[in-house]
Design a protein around this ligand. Structure first.
Ligand SMILES: [Zn+2]
Length: 446
């Protein structure tokens, strides 16, 4: 009997190993596909975009329509034209009328986001928003911001022509490929007046009840030399908001995992913080609407160049910008080709996580898709304090998984789904909604 039990145990372990190694083989297929896409990123294209955009003198939201060669309207027309050159994209001029308001919108104006949409083939719409901002701002001669001085030179090569250049390059590479999810390549405007364009777009997505899975913002991704002389050309920072089990943090972990597999020479440095101190980015309005959003920014900033006439391509590193583009391209494409993430909450909003027979961790999940297109579900576990997942189990094609004698109180759990094409979904994390504040009827005894 004892022999039989140990034989069974060996078989069970072998089966688990087989399943896990099988999963790794399947994942390798996805990584190969991503590597091929990453190889197509062209530094020449990135250089051409940055040069064209800095050539418009200023792209201040309020800059006069001016000539064909200067001001934000000319830059917008150029962007529309560039996106329309790419077959397979639907290009949208997302325009708004803004009356004079607040400290920074000092006159009536129009604001136009330029959005190029790559349609996915999934039945249920899923949206990934890759974005950068094409507007710029610069301080006046006295070194200070004067918002009424909107025709002053503001080339904005790093802030944020670099992000736009990476995005255009991604759009060119992704457009001919088949994806499950829909991708919005969004060039936002009015970022420098307080994230205006991204705020309007995020609110529109929310009001329309759109299923936005991920928002990836690239803002200032081409500077490698800081004002104090420090140089870093091998890492990019990725900011994600707390808590540690937020959907934004999970998106950041996904990016790091993909980058390590597809482009290991470049490091993704996850910063567990919404953004830099006192600064904002276009991912923020989406996070405020409840979507997962992260921001990519260079490892070293040069504050003496930011928002000045010196923010020009000569002060930047295009190879570095291309490296960041490769990372964002690989993560976006992986997400877009992967199945939709499993649902780990009940219809009432509670986590589908229980104690099983009393002392076990019993995970359940819901997934409505074509079972033929997936190879199985993956269960992730980590200590609540841990920055990254620590253990992973391949559960196969099932909708539950039990970890014997494991406390659900002391660990964080997640589950993802792996497609037969080798692409893995985001990890859905089991979270407990915070307890509602109780109200009692009482009379104080005096
Ligand atoms: Zn910026």
């Amino acid at each position: 009997m004892k022999k039989l039990v140990s034989l069974f145990f060996i078989l069970a372990v072998a089966f688990l190993f087989f399943q896990t190694s099988g999963a790794q083989e399947i994942e390798a297929r996805g990584y190969e596909f991503l590597k091929k896409a990453v190889d197509q990123v062209s530094e020449q294209n990135i250089t051409a975009t940055i040069k064209a955009l800095q050539g418009f003198k200023t792209r201040n939201l309020l800059s006069e329509p001016g000539s064909k060669n200067s001001g934000i309207a000319a830059a917008r027309d150029w962007l529309l034209k560039e996106f329309r050159k790419i077959p397979g994209l639907e290009v949208v001029d997302d325009g708004y009328k803004l009356p004079k308001q607040g400290q920074r919108i000092v006159r009536d104006t129009e604001l136009h986001n330029v959005v190029a949409i790559k349609k996915g083939k999934a039945d249920r719409e899923r949206i990934i928003i890759v974005n950068a901002h094409y507007d710029t701002i610069a301080v006046s001669q006295d070194g200070r911001f004067h918002y009424e001085d909107f025709n002053t030179g503001a080339p904005g090569a790093n802030d944020d022509a670099s992000g736009i250049a990476a995005m255009l390059e991604m759009a060119r590479i992704i457009a001919p490929l088949e994806t499950e999810a829909t991708i919005h390549f969004a060039a936002f405007s009015g970022e420098e007046q307080g994230l205006v364009g991204s705020t309007l777009y995020a609110q529109k997505m929310k009001q329309q009840g759109r299923n936005v899975e991920a928002v990836l913002t690239m803002d200032m991704i081409s500077n490698v030399r800081a004002g104090n002389g420090y140089i870093d050309s091998t890492r990019v920072r990725v900011f994600s908001d707390d808590p540690n089990d937020s959907s934004s943090r999970e998106l950041a972990r996904y990016v790091k995992k993909i980058a390590e597999q597809v482009y290991p020479s470049f490091e993704v440095n996850l910063i567990y913080r919404a953004d830099r101190f006192g600064r904002g980015g276009d991912h923020t309005p989406f996070v405020q609407e409840g979507y997962a959003g992260i921001r990519f920014t260079e490892a070293r900033e040069n504050y003496s160049i930011q928002h000045t006439t010196q923010d020009v391509i000569e002060n930047l590193s295009v190879p570095y910008c291309a490296d960041v583009a490769r990372i964002v391209l690989a993560s976006t494409l992986s997400l877009a080709c992967a199945p939709e993430a499993p649902v780990v909450t009940s219809d009432r909003g509670g986590p589908l996580l229980g104690r099983g027979q009393g002392y076990d961790a019993e995970l359940r999940w819901k997934w409505e898709g074509d079972m033929e297109k997936i190879s199985g579900f993956k269960v992730y576990v980590r200590d609540t304090k841990a920055p990254f997942w620590e253990r992973c189990y391949f559960a196969g094609k099932t909708d539950s998984f039990i970890l014997k004698n494991v406390s659900i109180d002391d660990l964080t759990f997640g589950v993802s789904v792996l497609g037969v094409n080798g692409f893995e979904s985001l990890v859905s994390v089991y979270r407990m909604p915070s307890r509602r504040r109780a109200e009692y009827i009482f009379q104080e005894i005096k």
